[in-house]
Design a protein around this ligand. Structure first.
Ligand SMILES: [Fe+2]
Length: 188
C-alpha cells in the first residue's frame, strides 16, 4: 500500500482511502491490483503481462495506452546510476507515467501547481498513473530494486522535459513507508 508524505506540512498519509482520495484530488489515479491467478514476482515478463491482462486492457481502453512492457531494475543493472539520474530531477512528460509495481519500491515526488511538494512511496501491488504534464521526479529506495509494468500511449513521447527549478534538491530521496510487511501479489 502506498504512503504519502508532505514534508512542508509534516503530514504522512497511510490510510488506503485517504491516499486514494488525496491523489485523485490532484488528478493521479491510484489502485491496488491483484492478479487473476498467482504469479511469482520474478516470472517472465509475458507471464506477468498475462496475469494482469484484464487490468491492463481496462487501462488501455480508458487512457488510450497502446503498449505495455515490464521494466526490471536491480543493483546490478548496467548504467543504473546514469539511468536514475535522468529521472531524479524535476521533469514532466508529454504522456502519462503509468506504473504497476510488481516487486521492489520507489519514491515519486510530485509538485502540483501552487501546492507543496508531496512524496508517494509505491510498492508491490500499487498502480499509479501520473498525468502528462505533471511535474515530478523519481528515486529508488535503499535496496535499489523495482520491477514494474509500464503502459505507453506512444513510447516516443516518454522522455523527460526538465524544469531545472532545482526544487528537487530540497527533498531527501529517502523512502519512509510503513516498513514493509510484504504485500507481494504472489504471496496472497
Ligand atoms: Fe517521469
Amino acid at each position: 500500500m502506498a504512503a504519502i508524505k508532505i514534508p512542508a506540512d509534516k503530514v504522512t498519509i497511510t490510510d488506503a482511502g485517504k491516499v486514494t482520495a488525496f491523489l485523485a484530488a490532484r488528478g493521479i489515479d491510484y489502485q491496488r491490483w491483484t492478479p487473476k491467478h498467482s504469479i511469482d514476482a520474478d516470472a517472465p515478463a509475458e507471464a506477468v503481462l498475462s496475469a494482469y491482462a484484464e487490468e491492463i486492457d481496462g487501462l488501455k481502453a480508458q487512457g488510450g495506452y497502446r503498449t505495455a512492457d515490464v521494466i526490471d531494475v536491480k543493483p546490478g543493472t548496467p548504467n543504473l546510476d546514469a539511468m536514475l539520474a535522468k529521472f531524479n530531477r524535476e521533469h514532466w512528460h508529454d504522456e502519462d507515467e503509468v506504473r504497476f509495481i510488481i516487486e521492489g519500491r520507489g519514491l515519486f515526488h510530485v509538485h502540483p501547481p501552487g501546492e507543496n511538494v508531496f512524496a508517494i512511496e509505491v510498492e508491490a501491488g500499487d498502480l499509479i498513473r501520473v498525468p502528462r504534464g505533471t511535474h515530478h521526479w523519481f528515486d529508488l529506495c535503499g535496496e535499489r530494486r523495482i520491477r514494474a509494468i509500464r503502459l505507453f500511449q506512444d513510447t516516443s513521447g516518454w522522455s523527460p522535459h526538465y524544469t531545472d527549478t532545482g526544487v528537487d534538491k530540497g527533498f531527501e530521496p529517502v523512502c519512509f513507508g510503513p516498513s514493509y510487511l510484504p504485500a507481494i501479489p504472489s504471496q496472497r
